[in-house]
Write a protein that binds this ligand. Sequence first.
Ligand code: HEC
Length: 253
Amino acid sequence: MKRRSIINLLTISALVLLFAACQSKDNFTGREYMPDMAHSIAYEANQNTYYMFNHWGTKDDYQKFVQPRTPQDGTVAYGRTKIADSLKNDLTYPRYAFANTDEDRTKATEMITSNALKPKNAAELENVLGHGKELYEIYCSSCHGKAGDGNGKLYELGVYPAAPANFMSDQFLSSNDGRYYHAIMYGKNVMLAHADKLSHDERWKVIHYIRSMQAAKSGADYSLEASRGEKSIKPEAKKEEKKDDKKDEKKGK
Ligand code: HEC
């Protein structure tokens, strides 16, 4: 009788210990009797949750194992832009501060006043425009036209009933870059969003290319300064320049 109750007591305390000692808490994954059998342990990224049943390496190996590692080439960084030169590729999709509402479209148009991608030299500008043209002709020209005048093939054929924006019109020549960026992010009415098709840098390359077409149309030079926002290509700026030229001529006389 006595022996039996001792065995019972031992069994019960063993069971209690077994269940009580293995509790997981916060970032500690808990201990398991026969680990990795019933289910795998859900590891926390970059947390050293070394456990005593580990048998594949030493404690130091384990410590090394939980250090953050260099991402694979081609990894797409979330919420970062290529402007950080250390990134290996330009496929980034940073968060965008404006919502898909008319109010925010106006705000973005007012607040985003210059192209985020500023070429450092002529070769880089040429590269940006080359890639921008390629992307524009893939993603935009079917509607907005190769020349950016809104007469794309789809619209010409009558397949697409709504008139795409004419980037050569005054309102688009004088508009800030934000209007373009916002349209790429969310589309507008029947134009669908292109945020998933173009990365941050690619969107800005397309905008550079549109600006270069506008400059060519109005006879301005899309120079390095113009592409960096240090010189305007807007028609009013050109007129003012001409006026100034005349003043200079007069002064010269
Ligand atoms: C399938 C046709 C189609 C494609 C492709 C397309 N658009 Fe559009 N886009 C339109 C139409 C239609 C409108 C006019 C929307 C409206 O005003 O109702 C428009 C309007 C715009 C506007 C003006 C938005 C505003 O604020 O009024 C911009 C800027 C623009 N598109 C840029 C682009 C760029 C850049 C691309 C390529 C990445 C592109 N679109 C691809 C059809 C298209």
